[in-house]
Design a protein around this ligand. Structure first.
Ligand SMILES: Cc1cc2nc3c(=O)[nH]c(=O)nc-3n(C[C@H](O)[C@H](O)[C@H](O)COP(=O)(O)OP(=O)(O)OC[C@H]3O[C@@H](n4cnc5c(N)ncnc54)[C@H](O)[C@@H]3O)c2cc1C
Length: 442
C-alpha cells in the first residue's frame, strides 16, 4: 500500500517500482487517467482498467465523484416506499479503489486544452491534471428552464429524493386520516410526471404503497379519495421497451392509476400543475421525472452536444476533437448503426464501459487498434408494482409475476458487491411477508 497515493499493489515488487518511479525519481512516461463519475459507467471503467494496470507503475488512476458511493439507481423507486433500506443500494466507491485514488469532490470545470479538471470540495478548490479523461457524470433532472416546476416538485434521482418522497407520502396519509372524508381527496392527490423508467416504476411503487398502507393502517381514509396520476407527453409509456409499455399501462390503470397521455406540463404553482390544452390538475404531492439534462460542467465544454447537452462521441466513444477524452453513460450521445441514439440506460452504460476500457488501454499502450461500440440490447424490463412487471429478454416478452421475478434476479445480480446483494435479497424476502413500514423519519 502506498500511503501517499492511497492505493494498493498486489506485489511488493510493484510497490517498490511505484516508490521509485512516482515518488523518488518521477518517470516522464507516467500516464494519468482521470475518471469523472462513480456510477455504472465510471465504476465499470475503473474496475476493468485497474485489473489491466495493476502492476504497471507508469499508470496512475484517479476517480472523482460528488458522492462517495456508487448508487444502484434502478432500485430507487423501491427506496421511495421503504421496501429497501437506503444504504443497501449504495456501495462506497473506495470499495472498488484497489489501484486508484478517490476524490470525493464536485467537478466544476474541465479545460480540455490544458488537460485539467477543476474540483471543489468542502476544504476548497483544486485542479487535477490528466493525460486521459473519462467523462461519466450521468445527468441531472431537467425542468426545461421552468423554475416553478423545480421549486414545487420532488425529483427521483438520489437517496435523499427517495427519502423525501417516502416521508411526504406518509405525512399526507397521516393528515388525511384526521380529516372528514370529503376533505381527504385534497390531501391524497399524487401526481407523477414522466413516462420513462423512473416515472413509471415510481408510480407503480407509490400507488401500491399508498393503497396498501391506507388499507392496513389508516382506517379512516376512504380508498376512493386516493388519486395517483401519471402525466406523459406521448401516447404510450416506457418507449424503451416497445409494445410492452401497453401492458404496463393497463396494469397501472387496473390498480387505479390515472394515466394522462399526450400531455405536457407547462407550469406549476403550490397546489396545481398546468397542462397543455389549458387544463390543470390539483396535487398534494408532485413528483417530477419529466426530463434529464447534462451536468453544467458538461454543457459548458466547447465541443459538440445534443439538444439536452449530452456529449456527442464518435464510434469509439471519444470526443472527436480530443481523442484522449472518452465520454459514456447517460452524459454521452452515441449513435447506433441505424443512426439512432442508444437509450440512456444502466445496461448501455455498463456495455459502453467495457468498450471505453478497451480503447483506453489501447491508447495508453500506443496502439491504434480501437473497438467500435456496437451493441444490441439483450432485453429490457421494468417493475411496475409489488408482484408485477414487464420484460423483453432475448426477443421473449414476459409480463406479470414472471417479469417481476426476472427483474428481481437481474437487478440483484447487478449489485456490485455480495454484501449488498444479500442485504437487498433479505429486504425483498421480508417484503414478501410483511406490509411496508410507515415510520416517518422526518
Ligand atoms: C429512478 C430511476 C430508475 C431507473 N430505472 C432504470 C431501469 O430500470 N433500467 C435501466 O436500465 N435504467 C434505469 N435508470 C437509468 C439508469 O440509472 C442510468 O441510465 C444509469 O445510472 C446511467 O449510468 P451513468 O454512470 O452514466 O450515470 P449515473 O449512474 O447517474 O452516475 C453519474 C455519476 O457522476 C457523478 N457526478 C455527477 N456530477 C458530478 C460532478 N459535477 N462532479 C463529480 N461527480 C459527478 C455522480 O455522483 C455519479 O456518481 C433509472 C434511473 C432512475 C433515476
Amino acid at each position: 500500500m502506498c500511503r501517499i497515493c492511497d492505493i494498493e499493489f498486489s506485489k511488493l515488487q510493484t510497490w517498490k517500482h511505484h516508490q521509485e518511479h512516482v515518488h523518488e525519481n518521477p518517470s516522464p512516461l507516467m500516464k494519468k487517467i482521470l475518471i469523472v463519475g462513480g456510477g455504472y459507467a465510471g465504476v465499470g471503467v475503473l474496475n476493468t482498467i485497474q485489473k489491466q494496470f495493476q502492476d504497471n507503475v507508469d499508470v496512475s488512476i484517479f476517480i472523482v465523484s460528488e458522492n462517495n458511493f456508487f448508487l444502484h439507481t434502478s432500485m430507487l423507486p423501491e427506496l421511495s416506499t421503504g421496501t429497501i433500506e437506503p444504504r443497501h443500494i449504495a456501495t462506497p466507491i473506495r470499495n472498488f479503489c484497489k489501484r486508484a485514488r478517490f476524490y470525493q469532490a464536485k467537478v466544476t470545470h474541465i479545460d480540455l486544452d490544458k488537460k485539467s479538471v477543476s474540483i471543489n470540495t468542502e476544504s476548497g478548490n483544486t485542479k487535477l491534471e490528466y493525460d486521459y479523461l473519462i467523462i461519466a457524470a450521468g445527468t441531472k433532472t431537467g425542468f426545461f428552464g421552468n423554475e416553478n416546476l423545480k421549486k414545487y416538485s420532488v425529483t427521483i434521482k438520489s437517496l435523499q429524493d427517495a427519502s423525501i418522497i417516502r416521508n411526504q407520502i406518509i405525512k399526507q396519509l397521516e393528515l388525511a386520516d384526521q380529516q372528514e372524508i370529503s376533505k381527504q381527496a385534497q390531501l391524497l392527490s399524487f401526481v407523477i410526471v414522466g413516462g420513462g423508467f423512473s416515472g413509471v416504476e415510481t408510480t407503480g411503487e407509490i400507488n401500491e404503497f399508498i393503497h396498501e398502507s391506507a388499507e392496513k393502517y389508516y382506517r379512516n381514509i376512504e380508498s376512493d379519495s386516493i388519486r395517483v396520476s401519471l402525466i406523459v407527453a406521448r401516447d404510450h409509456i416506457l418507449p424503451e421497451i416497445g409494445n410492452l409499455g401497453r401492458y404496463a399501462a393497463k396494469s397501472l390503470e387496473k390498480s387505479g392509476v390515472n394515466i394522462i397521455y399526450n400531455t405536457k406540463v407547462t407550469d406549476a404553482d403550490i397546489s396545481q400543475v398546468f397542462l397543455s390544452g389549458d387544463n390543470s390538475l390539483h396535487y398534494s404531492m408532485l413528483i417530477w421525472a419529466g426530463g434529464n439534462e447534462s451536468q453544467d460542467f458538461v454543457q459548458s465544454l466547447d465541443v459538440e452536444h445534443d439538444k439536452s447537452g449530452r456529449l456527442i462521441v464518435d464510434k469509439y466513444l471519444r470526443l472527436s476533437k480530443y481523442p484522449n477524452v472518452f465520454a459514456l453513460g447517460d452524459c454521452a450521445y452515441i449513435l447506433d448503426s441505424q443512426n439512432q441514439p442508444y437509450p440512456p440506460t444502466a445496461q448501455h452504460a455498463i456495455r459502453e464501459a467495457k468498450i471505453v476500457s478497451k480503447n483506453l488501454i489501447s491508447s495508453v499502450h500506443g496502439s491504434k487498434k480501437f473497438t467500435i461500440f456496437d451493441y444490441s440490447s439483450k432485453g429490457s424490463m421494468a417493475k411496475i408494482g409489488k408482484r408485477d412487471g414487464v420484460a423483453k429478454m432475448l426477443g421473449v416478452n414476459l409480463t406479470g409475476f414472471a417479469a417481476w421475478f426476472v427483474w428481481k434476479q437481474y437487478y440483484l445480480s447487478t449489485l456490485p458487491v455480495m454484501e449488498k446483494r444479500i442485504r437487498v435479497g433479505l429486504d425483498w424476502f421480508v417484503d414478501l411477508f410483511f406490509p411496508r413500514d410507515i415510520t416517518k423519519l422526518n
